[in-house]
Ligand binder design. Structure first.
Ligand code: DAH
Length: 363
């Protein structure tokens, strides 16, 4: 009996698996187990014998039960340790090498614009690239016979829409002015970045390019608000305080008066660098964008009363802004999809423009 206990305990302590341990438990404590048999044998003993054997047999049962419990806990711990060890990640390993995409400069500049104008209370509005001629022209004070329509080199679709309007690829982002006034009413502060299309192609023109439209409608708006807004925007965008603007009288059907905005630059190593007055020696003026006070007729087309509401608008080429800021010289390369160009001029996805960290991160 003594020997049986010693063997059994040794086996339990050496049980290699939980399954093997369970087998041993059955052999000792199961219905026909040897400990159970000893417990049963107490019934056939004399009082005397039972008094002597009882405590011994119960002690054996306790010893065996405890040994099984300990071994079970040890085996479970070992299993957990093995699982944790197998799932370990070595954080000191280098990140796997994989092809990295970049953010296109146009996307980056659009994010920069949204960030800068959000700070001035503008929200981002959008409109369809497949437009009708009412939104693209008529409501912007370009009636059918207007010569400006011919100047836009418009791509037309062969079919009219359900209302009999000619359909086209929008030639500018200005129709978003009309759509925003109609859907949101006044007051209004929006920018509308997006793709526009004209049948035109050379080193500085592509059939598809990007513009951003700006529109403010409120009470008592005047040219001073326009100039301040553009100055504030351009200073933030080019990250320099010495941006100087020149407003020249111009003409657009949708603004009255209209102003063309030039920005001062100087030549540095054959490159045009923005900053300073264009009138200073060695400096010049570069035409940058079109703008003006929203024409009364356009405010009416937008469903608002021009005696109550006034506003200013502007439109500027996003690709051109990107070229000026990041120093590319061929617009066509923007849309070639050449991976080498994108690697060189693209931005890291983590390089999110913020006003606090700077919107002018270097590519
Ligand atoms: N839509 C004009 C264009 O594509 C740009 C423009 C000029 C937009 C003056 C405006 C503006 O909002 O006021 O050439």
């Amino acid at each position: 009996m003594e020997q049986e206990q010693v063997n059994s305990i040794a086996q339990i302590e050496a049980a290699p698996t939980l399954e093997a341990l369970e087998e041993m438990r059955v052999k000792a404590l199961g219905k026909s187990g040897w400990v159970t048999a000893q417990l049963k044998s107490l019934g056939g003993m004399s009082d005397e014998e039972r008094k002597a054997q009882g405590p011994i047999i119960h002690a054996i049962r306790t010893t065996v039960t405890t040994a099984i419990e300990n071994r079970k806990a040890a085996l479970e711990d070992a299993a957990l340790e093995a699982k944790l060890a197998a799932e370990t990640i070595d954080l000191s390993l280098p990140a796997p090498e994989q092809p990295r995409g970049t953010i296109h400069p146009v996307s980056q500049v659009m994010d920069e614009l949204a960030e800068i104008f959000a700070d001035m209370g503008f929200s981002v509005a959008t409109g369809p690239e497949i437009e009708d001629d009412w939104h693209n022209f008529t409501a912007l004070n370009m009636p059918e016979s207007h010569p400006a329509r011919a100047m836009h080199d418009t791509f037309y679709f062969p079919d009219k829409d359900a209302e009999g309007r000619d359909m086209l690829l929008r030639t500018h982002t200005s129709p978003v002015q009309i759509r925003s006034m109609i859907s949101q009413g006044a007051p209004l502060r929006i920018i509308a970045p997006g793709r526009v299309y004209r049948s035109d192609s050379d080193a500085t023109h592509t059939p598809m390019f990007h513009q951003v439209e700006g529109l403010v409608i409120d009470k008592g708006i005047h040219l001073g608000h326009l100039k301040w807004t553009l100055e504030t925007f351009l200073k933030a965008f080019f990250e320099r305080e010495d941006i100087v603007l020149r407003l020249r009288p111009s003409y657009f059907p949708f603004t009255e008066p209209s102003v063309e905005v030039d920005v001062g630059f100087k030549l540095e190593g054959g490159r045009r660098v923005l900053g300073g007055s264009g009138d200073a020696p060695g400096h010049g003026w570069m035409e940058l964008l079109g703008s003006g006070m929203v024409n009364r007729k356009v405010i009416e087309y937008g469903g608002l009363d021009p005696d109550e509401w006034q506003g200013f608008a502007f439109g500027v080429g996003v690709d051109r802004l990107a070229m000026l800021k990041y120093g590319m010289d061929d617009l066509r390369a923007f849309f070639d999809g050449d991976v080498r160009w994108l690697q060189h001029y693209g931005f890291s996805p983590l390089d999110v423009p913020t006003l606090s960290a700077g919107v002018g991160a270097v590519a």
